[in-house]
Design a protein. Sequence first.
Length: 46
Amino acid sequence: MLIDIHVHIARNHSAPGSGGRYYPTPEEMLGFMDEAGIDMAVVMAR
């Protein structure tokens, strides 16, 4: 089991994070996690 211990998500793409990038939505993050084989994550929400 792989657990990512630090991820950021946002409700929508209304506010960019550091470096001008946008945090993914929860649905996008789940897709990224599935692609990477990550089972669980600790979420830092904004």
